[in-house]
Design a protein. Sequence first.
Length: 574
Amino acid sequence: MVNPIHRTDIFHWKTSKTKTPGRVNNESKPCFLFSHSRVEKASEFAVAEVFSIKKPCAQSILSEWMNQKLRLELEMDDDEEEEEMEESKPNPIITLMEEKNSGVHSFIQDLMETGVITIEVCHKQVKENRMRRDAEREKLRKEKETLREVREEAWQLEKEKQQKKRQEARRQEELIQQEMIHIRREMEEKRSLEQLAHNMERGRLQKQRAIENSLIPKHHNSTQKKQNKDLQLKLKKLEAKVHLLDLQVRRHYSFILRVRMGKAEALCDWRRQLRAWQSWRALVWARTEEKEAERTEEELRQEHRRCQQAVESDRRRLLRHCLSDWRVWCQVEHHRKELLQQQEETRRKMAAQMKAAEEERLRAEEEEKQKEVERKKEEKMQQRKVGNSKQKRAEREHELSELAAQHYLRTLLLHQGVAPWKRLLDQSHVNTQVSATALQRRCFCSWLQFVDEAHADRETSANQLYHRILLQRVVCSWKRLKDLRFILEAHAEQFHRTQTQKVFMALLDHAREERIRTWDNEQRGEAHNSRRAVKKCFAGWRHLPVVLQEEKEREARREQLRRKVAEILPDFRY
């Protein structure tokens, strides 16, 4: 594709007839300096934008290239100023220079067209790469959203399962508590019934003992022994009954304890399995997060590598472009130097030829002068006879003819050789400067535009990548925080449940121990009471003869007193 603003007539030589060479040079030189300063500023800005501070080699290469170009242009200006003072050259050399310049400019024009095509293709490739990256980024985002939705659904299902398990465990605990309350009530009812039966039996035995004590005959040891045996048998039966009741209570308590221990063991197994499941799930989540983080890091690393490769490719392409321009410029400068050398050589040859012609002419003039002197001497010798007047007139005519010949040669050389050659050189210099300025302006303007677009694209890509990295970091941190919060909540809930269970188990163990201690104390108290009663009974049985003897003695004394009173006092019944 050719640039529509391209002009094919700016590279052709034009001859100016209305302006003098000095005027053209004076008018074009400030314009060239101004455009050259603008081009230099634009190139410095482009170099500062494209090449970073960490690339001093590229900046040094470009600065050397610009300095060399400026130095060569200054040398060209000096050479052109020196050439204005030199003599003219023949027309074939000028035609050869025009042909070479036209070839160079056609080659530069082809390079410019090729450069435009390359830049457009590069723009197209950059757009295609950007669209491809956007499509890949969109696909990756959709995959992440799908994975996040699946993870959320799995988390919801797991949460529902955990909630159902907690409800089931709570319901089992409530059932266990209700069963324990029911068993405790039954045990309390049985204990109250046993206590009531024991109290009733004790009261009945006490009444029976009191009746037996009141009905014991005074002098019947056999009856007393029989009663003692019956009492011992009843005591043994009572002890056996109490022992049976104790065994029954212990059996019920051991059965309840086995039931509770089985339920506690099942609950402990379930909690152990739940803890193992939660640990396994946390491990799986951690591994999944690690894999996701590694995959994200790998994607970011690949994206960074692709960006670096793109930047490096862009830098290499730009360096290749600058290197190709530099090579073209070097070739142009080489051709120009060769042309200048040829011009200098031609100029030296022309100067040598002109010097040889001048020497030949001077030699011929010298010979002619010598001949003329000899002839004059001869004429003088001859005319010395004629007269002095004719001799003076002849000498004057000869001097005038020599002056006319010299004036004719000087005028011919000035108007036919030097002036047209100077005008042609000035015009060629002006055309060269105009074409070089236009070429530099077009090349550097397109290059500056491309550099600005590339810089803007890189800044946009860098900003997008930076925002994406920030968003990914925030999302990953938020996910880790959420997972950590869930894990901490689960640990806190588990710790609270464990501590609560420990407290309740400790309280239950303490209550059970206190109940067992109370039962043991009651049993020991009942045994002690029964032993005390038996001891008291046996002590009473042992002291019974003495008591009976004392009672007999009191009765005897009472009878004696009664008799004495009867003897002393009359009987008032009659």
